[in-house]
Ligand binder design. Structure first.
Ligand code: DCP
Ligand code: MG
Length: 583
């Protein structure tokens, strides 16, 4: 069955900064560069520099294990995400500044997609086809002198597959294929130029992929890590022999395809293997249980209806069969989302071994609310105003309208004392309007937090848990959502007048709503869904196709009953195995 037509008219560049948190720490203290460096959150190494990787360490390893493998590893605590977030923001603004459009999308802290189609189109029109080797890439349409010289006869950096000889055969008519090659050549030189400037001016290296979609650009970048770039070269369609797109995607384990979530991958593996797979994608144990895209794609009867059979059901999108089939065929026409300066929601959470007393809950609510207010101030106050005019008149770039409190109960104990880690039914949340005093800058974050707890959060909590004994809580999340931009000319914008904005919000959110089991719909979590830190800033994006939407109900981190560590859910299987293996 045919997949959707791929739109190969775009050129997309994907940046993934190398060992990001470690690089931020190295930039602060360059002496760390030559040492094996690991960044710790709870009991886990969330990332490590390449010197540490050379010595056998890897991301998401337990601290205990890392110390055994590399006793002289330098470990730095990275639970406060502020500096990582700040660097991420400034690198993103730097990369975006090259673009002629706003099509720059951040994914997490350390990935950025850039749609550079317009710049490529323009520079294609400037090419002198008789002297391609001496071309000039124009970076500013208004000033033809701004740009760089390059050789347009060959790719810059590495390619998949490796190109031997000239990619542009002489005397070939300028057909679609040739055109795509030429456009990607331009894309590869632009990517190289941006990487060099990122390194020279900010000191950060990145791994970069160049292709015609987000999916292909992201995946092909991974081929040569770190500090490198890879272009996926044509042919992209099967009419000219085996397409490099199929050849490339086919070789991936299905769990490695962005957009195929953990649960979907597991269901597909089970279907193909005719048994439950024990393959653990992170550790890549049980290689026998790997299922490659090729195997799925070439299974007779495979196609959107079959995938809908395998993956459909409660909570799944009706289009899931088509969506996954397209991804397996390397088709991803999703747009690079336009730059968003403010997040659509900010949430802070922490997980616990089991909170049972109201007084303990209240204490935690105070801590979480204070972090939330600090975060809201950092993210939503206009930095420039703040800097130039001092602290007197900082202005809000956006104001959230909804306050949300969510809790999760611990799963009940099984007869053998174990707990069910896929348990997701203990989640409830309640939303209400954000009180105006939350934006008061006259008081400390702690003072505002106390008021917020007393005025709003305690009563929200009581409504969520009317019974005096509410069980054992394993997670509390406090969030502000429903952002309205106050600066700029966005449709949502309602000027900078807070009073006016609060009148506009009307009665629609005045009464609180109870939502059960519907946490963070279609939300991409900047960090915590992938880690065990206690602070999360989440940014809502509308591109569900790209999301691993089948994982939304899964808690972000689980408490291990054996060692008390918070383990990301997807790593839990590996973690349990770790305890199972004798010391
Ligand atoms: N991160 C995290 N928890 C995870 C995964 C990552 O907190 N489960 C953080 C630490 C990383 C950053 O996000 O520095 C980016 O994640 P990457 O997976 O891209 O890892 P790195 O950038 O560190 O390494 P690489 O060089 O492999 O891209
Ligand atoms: Mg990275």
């Amino acid at each position: 069955m045919a997949a959707l037509r791929r739109d190969d008219n775009r050129v997309i560049i994907h940046f993934d900064y190398d060992c990001f948190y470690a690089s931020v720490l190295e930039a602060e203290n360059p002496a760390l560069k030559s040492l094996p460096l690991a960044v710790q959150q709870k009991q886990i190494i969330v990332t490590c520099n390449y010197e540490a990787r050379r010595r056998g360490l890897r991301k998401l390893q337990l601290i205990k294990e890392a110390k055994q493998i590399c006793p002289d590893v330098v470990i730095i605590l990275g639970e406060d995400l502020t500096k990582f977030r700040d660097v991420s923001k400034s690198l993103y603004c730097f990369l975006k500044s090259f673009l002629w459009t706003q099509k720059a999308e951040r994914l997490g802290f350390d990935e950025v997609f850039l749609d550079v189609t317009e710049m490529i189109d323009y520079n294609m029109s400037l090419l002198n086809r008789h002297d391609l080797a001496h071309s000039f890439f124009c970076l500013d349409k208004r000033d033809p002198a701004i740009g760089f010289q390059f050789d347009a006869t060959s790719y810059c950096g590495l390619t998949y597959p490796e190109t031997i000889g000239s990619p542009l055969p002489r005397n070939t008519a300028v057909d679609g294929q040739h055109n795509l090659v030429q456009r990607l050549i331009l894309g590869s030189h632009l990517a190289h130029y941006m990487r060099s400037r990122l390194d020279n001016e900010h000191g950060y290296t990145a791994t970069v992929g160049i292709s015609t979609s987000k999916l292909l650009a992201k995946l092909v970048g991974n081929v040569n890590k770190p500090n490198n770039q890879t272009t996926l070269v044509p042919p992209y369609s099967n009419s000219e022999g085996m397409s490099n797109v199929n050849r490339f995607i086919d070789d991936h384990e299905i769990g490695k395809i962005p957009g195929i979530g953990f649960k979907s991958a597991r269901k597909i593996r089970t279907y193909i293997l005719h048994r439950e797979a024990t393959f653990e994608p992170y550790t890549e144990r049980n290689v026998d249980d790997q299922v490659k895209v090729r195997e799925v794609r070439l299974t007779p009867t495979m196609g959107p209806p079959k995938l809908l059979d395998i993956l459909g059901g409660h909570g799944a999108s009706r289009d899931i069969g088509f969506q996954i089939w397209n991804l397996l065929n390397g088709v991803d026409n999703s747009e690079v989302l336009e730059a968003r300066i403010v997040p659509t929601q900010i949430s802070i959470e922490d997980s616990y071994k089991g909170l049972e007393q109201f007084e303990d809950v209240k204490k935690q609510l105070n801590l979480l609310a204070a972090s939330l207010i600090k975060r809201v101030r950092t993210d939503l106050l206009d930095e420039q105003d703040h800097d130039t005019k001092g602290n007197d008149t900082p202005r809000w770039t956006a104001l959230p309208r909804t306050l949300r409190l969510s809790t999760r109960r611990r799963s009940p104990k099984n007869a053998d004392g174990s707990r069910d880690y896929s348990y997701a039914n203990g989640r409830t949340s309640r939303s209400g309007p954000v009180p105006k005093f939350m934006f008061s800058l006259a008081e400390s974050a702690e003072a505002v937090a106390e008021k917020l707890v007393d005025d709003s959060l305690v009563s929200m909590f009581r409504k969520l848990h009317p019974d005096k004994s509410f069980g054992e809580l394993s997670l509390i999340n406090v969030a502000v959502t429903n952002m309205v931009e106050t600066a700029g000319d966005d449709k949502q914008s309602s000027g900078r007048d807070i009073g006016k904005m609060f009148k506009q919000q009307g009665s629609s959110i005045a009464s609180a709503v109870v939502e059960t089991n519907r946490l963070d719909d279609q939300v991409y979590q900047d960090s915590t869904s992938r880690n065990a830190a206690n602070v999360t800033v989440t940014t809502q994006i509308d591109n569900t196709e790209w999301e691993e939407s089948d994982e939304e109900d899964v808690p972000s981190a689980q408490l291990c009953d054996v060692c008390g560590s918070h383990i990301p859910v997807f790593a839990f299987g590996a973690h349990a195995l770790y305890h199972a293996v004798p010391d």
